[in-house]
Design a protein around this ligand. Structure first.
Ligand code: ADP
Ligand code: MG
Length: 470
């Protein structure tokens, strides 16, 4: 590589990285992208080196081994010559930035290239691709999602439309898209003639805007009104987008009038989506509204077991050691997507180093994920739980009352605040009705002592701690 072909403008390279990322998302698919490319933070470029910050050195190694050539090639295509990718953990400056004099010496213009335009003109059903893994069979059912699952099943069975629309809502990564795809797959299988249209609200809007621009709103309307089932994912996206909402409302009404099934998802309940017209909110709430609750330990365990089996099939010979699944289910309490990502990464790492997946490996390899999902207990929660447990009011705990029935629970709450949060003693004192930090010290010592001498106290404290950390 000659100096002329090198690119040294970090801003141009960063813009280029944005385009390369786009390409990678398309070619790797969402999951691989989320697992490996999303965690990369662009740090800078110079001397033919592009530097990224990574959460763990493992991710850097993996990306280099599996996608290094692709990434360099994509940069190349974008007009940026990259000799080497550098991955650093934490805040270590990239190599070229450690020798700043050299950077300025080799200034070279970047041959510019327009970003590829995403032209999309099709006549057929503008179906968004369905993920082949998102089927009912692959959906693990537990308490938090059983209602949503049953409703989705019922809709997929067809027959008389009993609730229209079906409105699924819940936090990110809890399975809304999975259930919608599962409905589409099922209907395709049992009723191949049915015209099922699944798309995101964003795609709905893009289509609508394209139709407006091409003065072809008639075709647009016909298309959407001719389907047997319409599924619109992440409808919160059209909040605040007035003309799109309007069109959506008309489409919606036209289909409901023809008794066509509609399935909608959002990250919130209809009434809670700001920027959505009232008439649409009430229309959306007409049918059946079901929410997917955050996962509980049992569901996480079930999901991990089922995904681990799939992974084991894909990676023959890799053994997952005792306690690892339980450890993950216990420690990663965010959404299912994160859980999956963790497992994928573990299997990838194990196959790379040819070792069994152990607890130690999981802890090291998933340090960033584990840190991110560490449960943060608040003092408010502690006070609430303790008050509940001892059957007193939260205000009693904050009050000046000295009766044993109130004072002891107050000390327990202070002890828990000290051991479960990172608040300082004076801060804890303030939060407990403006008490002095010495009062907090006294409480902590008292409870430590009682835990040793009083079995009931030891049990109470342990129970509360576990509830708060769950
Ligand atoms: P959402 O649309 O609610 O943000 P997704 O449907 O995209 O979430 O789910 C995120 C990931 O988690 C997907 O890979 C999906 O297959 C998986 N997933 C979610 N819930 C379950 C479940 N109950 N059983 C199996 N996989 C699940
Ligand atoms: Mg989704």
């Amino acid at each position: 590589m000659t100096p002329e072909t090198m690119n040294h403008d970090p801003h141009a390279t960063e813009a280029s990285w944005t385009r390369v990322r786009g390409e990678l998302r398309r070619s790797l698919g969402n999951d691989a992208f989320k697992n490996w490319i999303d965690p990369l933070v662009f740090r800078g470029a110079g001397e033919g080196v592009v530097a990224f910050e990574v959460p763990t050195s493992f991710i850097g190694t993996w990306v280099e081994r599996n996608y290094g050539d692709t990434i360099r090639h994509l940069f190349e295509r974008d007009g940026v010559s990259v000799g080497r990718l550098e991955f650093g953990v934490g805040t270590r400056p990239p190599a070229f930035a450690r020798a700043p004099e050299q950077m300025a010496a080799n200034e070279a213009a970047r041959p510019s290239r327009p970003a590829a335009s995403a032209a999309q003109v099709e006549g057929e059903l503008p179906q968004a691709p369905l993920d082949s893994r998102f089927t009912f069979d692959n959906f693990v059912v537990g308490k938090p999602n059983e209602l949503a699952y049953s409703a989705a099943r019922r809709v997929a069975e067809g027959g008389p439309v009993s609730f229209n629309p079906l409105f699924l809502y819940g936090g990110v990564g809890l399975g809304k898209t999975h259930l919608m795809h599962a409905i589409a797959w099922e209907v395709r299988l049992t009723n191949p003639e049915a015209r099922v249209l699944y798309l995101s609200a964003e795609q709905f809007m893009n289509r609508f805007i394209t139709a407006l621009r091409c003065k072809d709103i008639h075709t647009f309307k016909e298309l959407f009104r001719s389907v047997d089932m319409l599924m619109v994912d992440d409808v919160q996206f059209i909040a605040g987008k007035d003309s799109t909402q309007d069109e959506f409302f008309h489409t919606f009404n036209a289909l409901v009038d023809q008794s066509k099934q509609i399935v909608i998802s959002a990250d919130r309940a209809p009434g809670e989506i700001d920027g959505l017209e009232e008439r649409i909110k009430s229309r959306l709430a007409w049918g059946l509204v079901v929410d997917l609750h955050p996962t509980d330990y049992e569901l996480r365990l079930g999901i991990l077991q089922s995904k681990a089996e799939l992974q084991a099939e894909l990676n023959p010979g890799i053994v997952i050691g005792p306690g690892v699944i339980e450890f993950l289910a216990h420690r990663i309490n965010s959404n299912v997507r994160v859980l999956e990502g963790a497992l994928t990464r573990l299997f990838a790492f194990a196959s790379l180093v040819g070792r069994e997946i152990t607890l130690d490996m999981a802890q090291e390899c998933l340090a960033d994920i584990l840190r991110a999902s560490e449960r943060k207990v608040t003092i408010d929660e502690i006070i609430r739980k303790v008050a509940d447990h001892y059957n007193i009011r939260m205000t009693d705990i904050l009050s000046a009352r000295r009766a044993r029935s109130v004072a002891r629970p107050r000390q327990v709450a202070m002890y828990l605040a000290k051991s479960l949060t990172s608040r300082s003693l004076p801060e804890i004192g303030r939060r407990f009705g403006g008490r002095d930090h010495t009062t907090v010290i006294h409480a902590v010592r008292k409870i430590e002592e009682l835990k040793r001498t009083d079995a009931q106290m030891a049990e109470d404290v342990e129970l509360l701690r576990r509830m708060l950390e769950a």
